[in-house]
Design a protein around this ligand. Sequence first.
Ligand code: KG4
Ligand code: ZN
Length: 365
Amino acid sequence: MAAPICVLGIETSCDETAAAVLRRAPDGTVTILSETVHSQIDEHAPYGGVVPEIAARAHADIADAVVAKTLQDSGIELADLDAIAATSGPGLIGGVMVGMMTGKAMALAADKPFVPINHLEGHALSPRLADPCPFPYLLLLVSGGHCQFISVTGLGQYQRLGSTIDDAAGEAFDKLAKTLGIGFPGGPAVERMAAKGDAKRFALPRPLLNRSGLDMSFAGLKTAAARVVEAEALDAQGEADLCASFQAAIAECLAEKTRRALSAFAEEQSGEIRLVVAGGVAANQMIRSALNQVAEAAGASLIAPPLRHCTDNAAMIALAGAERLAAGMVSDEGLAFSARPRWPLDEERAKSAPAYGGGKRGAKA
Ligand code: KG4
Ligand code: ZN
């Protein structure tokens, strides 16, 4: 009989230094034994965005302490772990390398398998931390670095159905917040302001909404909002109205594209249709309720991981490692894996039809 699997996960790809230890039973039930997320928000806030060099140094300063504390909290000895998994891309490469090298060193010292994990796979599997959420499902991953629809049909089986062709939705929220000087990260700040604003005040564009297909674009919307700030001397109410108009535009774009994505997904799959929404922007209540309506209208169920697992965390990385180990998808090559700043989930599609990014560094999606 298969035994439960215990994995330590490490996440350092952006601005959270995170570690988690979890146990996954053969039936897929997950118990998180310990979890730490150390946010660097205060260090980046003065710059209105994540500064890669500051992030890398902050990860290097604290990663070992975060991992040691998490392991201690779990009550599991290093020798009793079945594997160590760490985000090995995509992300800010300095940070990725800190987490990956920490994981590799521990794996080497304890003679355990090292499992390099794609951060996006972590998000893709995150609903399975709390919910059985069987395959297949449609994933809308909407964060500060990514905005894409992925058909998830099994572990390691990810098909990109659509993607932003420029900025991620979270990036657009962050940019507006920076322009208005209302705080970082921008999403929650814009959401708070939007609650007091009139969403009809400013007619902002809905990029690509009139075009067929599942690709999205937020750069034009971001620029349009910045123009409003430049052109009008906005008072506090004006800023709130702009935030509300901006949030409504993003919610409408995401909802309409999700409606289409669900319909394309349903054509390919039989049985119950599940929509999973993950990534930091999924924390936005207006966006959540818009997606809920779309799912209901399509007869699909909406699954959103709890907030702390929507944003970057290491439990999802540990889970990806545990699922890979259980499925016999872990090789001896883990220690030889090189960190990847770009690592699309659907590599075939990224090569044959890159949605954005390119050149020597390769496509982002
Ligand atoms: O998934 P995440 O923690 O990190 C990655 O980008 O991988 O997502 C962070 C992003 C930021 O852009 C942040 O502004 C956005 O998620 N975000 C939100 C909200 N909370 C976080 N956007 C809109 N509304 C929110 N409440
Ligand atoms: Zn993320």
